[in-house]
Design a protein around this ligand. Structure first.
Ligand code: BGP
Length: 471
């Protein structure tokens, strides 16, 4: 075996979210989630009710094909699979006192399948799919009552699945709340936007809910490891000017405060200054402060891209990006969707998070969204996705660098290991998978699955524990 920087037991796998993969939006007793009225993704208008042009209503029909999909993951050698539980399958409206048994039973079946193949589950409790009723009747996370509803939901999951699931994530990309209030926090957006006072209060409620979930897990499922999940975004100064460096520090703070609270159990001083300067007074009870001290076991994050930042208003142009765009970096190329590709940024993030938080890290999203062309080779349909292989290879090489820096990394789950509906644009043509799904943006397609070239490539990476990468 060739040398590899990846330690024994490193968890290799893939990652998805219920609202982007399952479909069956109104089956099995499921209620509506905010995603069911977001036919155009984050930036498009919401609809009043689910409309047939919303690709998420069918997704890739994983609700019915999960066994076939998990068998394909097993064929690649996955040791871990990250998926989310749809809150509205378990509590269809969100404020019920009793869970929907049919919803719980579905995830039992998914877990059975994973167990059969020896794949460790990694479960996101809430991935951008707040029950719609909680958004419309309560104002989403601006309302303190959501803490209690989430608590009941989390307790239900820990009680039911706690002995079968070791790794849990409380909220997907919790630091996206201020950038995408409806998708991330179920907060209806009035004309003129959500007042900042309410947004920051919602942020506080989610942080308390996350910490309470950790507390409950300790009681109910003592073997469980609970992590937070943030999007990571290295930010470079556009020039060497000290003012640009300060602009970077401040932008960084806006993203890092969530991880700081989750790992330290209290708000950092720089955040309190931001609140003071904005004239925001948060309602924080003594109980909240006590709850926040329930810090996480590990930190997980997504990584797709980096941005630049400047203090010079004339140079401040907004580029495209995951959750937040930034000033484009002139030294980097971008994906077809304008996300700038930066493998080295992943090493920087891993080192920064490790140095800052000293908690094991889990890379739970990374990948390239690209348009794929289905072709036939030797009678088999496939995609020759060398661009995806290059992207993933270069990022994994940087994970290897971070491991040599002695950063503690538990595992890597590439995003959208099978093609799913995009979160930002609600397209199916923005594909991340090792497995091609025959479904198009207009909703046509057979939903058949095909192995892409990257499928065999990733299987080799996993089998060799990273030794087959081109360093
Ligand atoms: C993250 C989300 C995912 C996801 C991914 C890729 O922000 O956690 O749900 O989809 O980004 O983004 P997109 O699907 O918009 O390409």
């Amino acid at each position: 075996m060739k040398n590899t920087p990846f330690p024994d037991g490193f968890l290799w796998g893939g990652s998805t979210a219920a609202n982007q993969i399952e479909g069956a939006y109104d089956q099995g007793g499921k209620g509506l989630s905010v995603q069911d009225v977001m036919p155009r993704g984050i930036s498009g208008p919401r609809s009043e009710t689910p409309t047939p042009d919303n690709l998420k209503l069918v997704g890739i029909d994983h609700y019915h094909r999960y066994a076939e999909d998990i068998a394909l993951f097993a064929e690649m050698g996955f040791g871990v699979y990250r998926f989310s539980i749809a809150w509205s399958r378990i509590f269809p409206k969100g404020d019920e006192t009793e869970p929907n048994e049919e919803g719980l039973a579905f995830y039992d079946r998914v877990l059975d399948e994973l167990e059969k193949h020896g794949i460790e589950p990694l479960v996101t409790i809430s991935h951008y799919e707040t029950p719609l009723h909680l958004a419309e009747q309560y104002g989403g996370w601006t309302n303190r009552e959501l803490i209690g509803f989430y608590e009941r939901y989390a307790r239900t999951l820990f009680e039911r699945f706690g002995s079968r699931v070791k790794y849990w994530l409380t909220f997907n990309e919790i630091n996206s709340l201020l950038h995408a209030p409806f998708m991330s926090g179920g907060i209806p957006i009035p004309e003129g936007g959500v007042p900042e006072q309410q947004l920051y209060q919602a942020m506080h409620h989610e942080l308390v809910a996350s910490a309470r979930a950790t507390r409950i897990a300790r009681e109910v499922a003592p073997e469980a490891k609970v992590g937070c999940m943030v999007f990571s975004m290295p930010i470079y100064p556009l020039t060497p000017s000290p003012d640009d460096a300060v602009a970077v520090m401040e932008a960084d703070h806006g993203n890092l405060v969530y991880g700081d609270v989750h790992t330290r159990g209290a708000y950092p001083g720089y955040f309190l200054r931001t609140l003071r300067e904005k004239g925001i007074e948060l309602e924080i009870t003594d109980q909240d402060r006590d709850d926040l001290t329930n810090t996480v076991d590990f930190v997980s994050f997504s990584y797709y891209m980096s941005i630049a930042e400047t203090a010079d208003p004339s140079k401040k142009v907004a580029g495209e990006g995951n959750i937040m765009g930034g000033v484009p970096n002139p030294t980097l190329e971008a994906s077809e969707w304008g996300w700038q590709i930066d493998p080295v940024g992943l090493r920087l993030v891993l080192n920064q998070f490790w140095d800052r938080w000293q908690k094991p890290l889990f890379i739970v999203e990374n990948g390239l969204g690209a348009r794929d062309q289905l072709v036939e080779i030797d009678g088999e349909k496939t995609v020759v996705d060398d661009y995806r292989i290059a992207y993933l290879n270069d990022h994994l090489v940087q994970v290897g660098e971070a491991l040599q820096d002695d950063v503690d990394v538990l595992g890597y789950t590439s995003w959208g290991c099978i093609d799913i509906v995009s979160a930002s644009t609600a397209q199916l043509s923005k594909r991340y998978g090792f497995i091609y799904v025959d479904r198009n943006d207009d909703g046509t397609g057979t939903l058949d699955r095909y192995r892409k070239k990257s499928f065999g490539w990733y299987a080799d990476v996993i089998r060799s524990n990273g030794a087959s990468l081109s360093f």
